[in-house]
Design a protein around this ligand. Sequence first.
Ligand code: PLP
Length: 328
Amino acid sequence: MAGMHRYMPNPGYLETRQAVAGTLAEESGLPFEGGDIVMTCGAAAAANVVLKTILNPGDEVIILAPYFFEYLFYIDNHGGVAIVANTTDRFRLDLSAIEQAITPRTRAIVVNSPNNPSGVVYSADEIVGLSDLLNRKQAEHGTEIFLISDEPYKRIIFDGMEFPQLLPSYDNSIIVTSHAKDLALPGERIGFIAINPNYPEKEELAGGFSFCNRTLGFVNAPALMQHVVRNLQGVSVDPDYYQRKRDFMYTALMEMGYDTVKPEGAFYLYPKAPIEDDVAFTKDLLQSNVLVVPGRGFGTPGYFRISYCVEDWVLEGAVEGLAKAVAA
Ligand code: PLP
């Protein structure tokens, strides 16, 4: 195709943005258009572009523990201050903790469902509760609080559940996501930002995202991958592939006596460490060649994260080490 390697408009090819918008509109019932979409170098770039655009120095961004560790750096990159609110002991939304975290400086809250590391998927009721709280706090403080929905795992969801959409119940909302997980293309760096079509100043916001995509040095998402994903909207890896692995590991952990929440999506398990020191526990596991991440890195010491996005033989091999560690 002539010119396919040229520079392009910074938000990406219009045909690709229209394809993304079409699928989002079908799935959410919101009237997304191509202009509401900015193609990005994955969800990480999407989050950085959004934060660069909306934050003034000292603005606060609420994140929910356990959180994806890199949020701390993304927020810091753009002069923001991360404010951590805990979730419940089963990792559900804790609205009173979020309410306490909101101040007149709150500019955004980042919500990640299905969640890395807990595997929790927030229910429609939890989302409506959060939206009501944010609307009430905006009115109380006379501020604008963005809900940033980080949803790269939204198609990796189990037991026939449908993904509860976050945007329809709250207008000041933005999706940051990628095809790293649903199309298993993390190395290709392809994702997007989607602005809620009901956000009143969406054109201005889209202009800011386009500008920051360029000036942060991403310029635009990779051309070739934009052509690829244009035809793959709504397509996904088979979630059953991960569900089988979840079932295997969850059952094994329960039989061994670990305390863990049953994941509803993504590809992680987040059990309680049997000893208080999660770092020491992960070092114990390493002696048996089992590599997991201590909960401290996710803002919740005392837990550890297992990624079951690996071959079955790796999981089968890990069970022995996990059993040995819990017995010790
Ligand atoms: N957000 C969450 C919750 C993630 O788990 C990840 C990657 O693991 C990202 C964002 C970044 O994704 P990407 O590779 O698309 O930048």
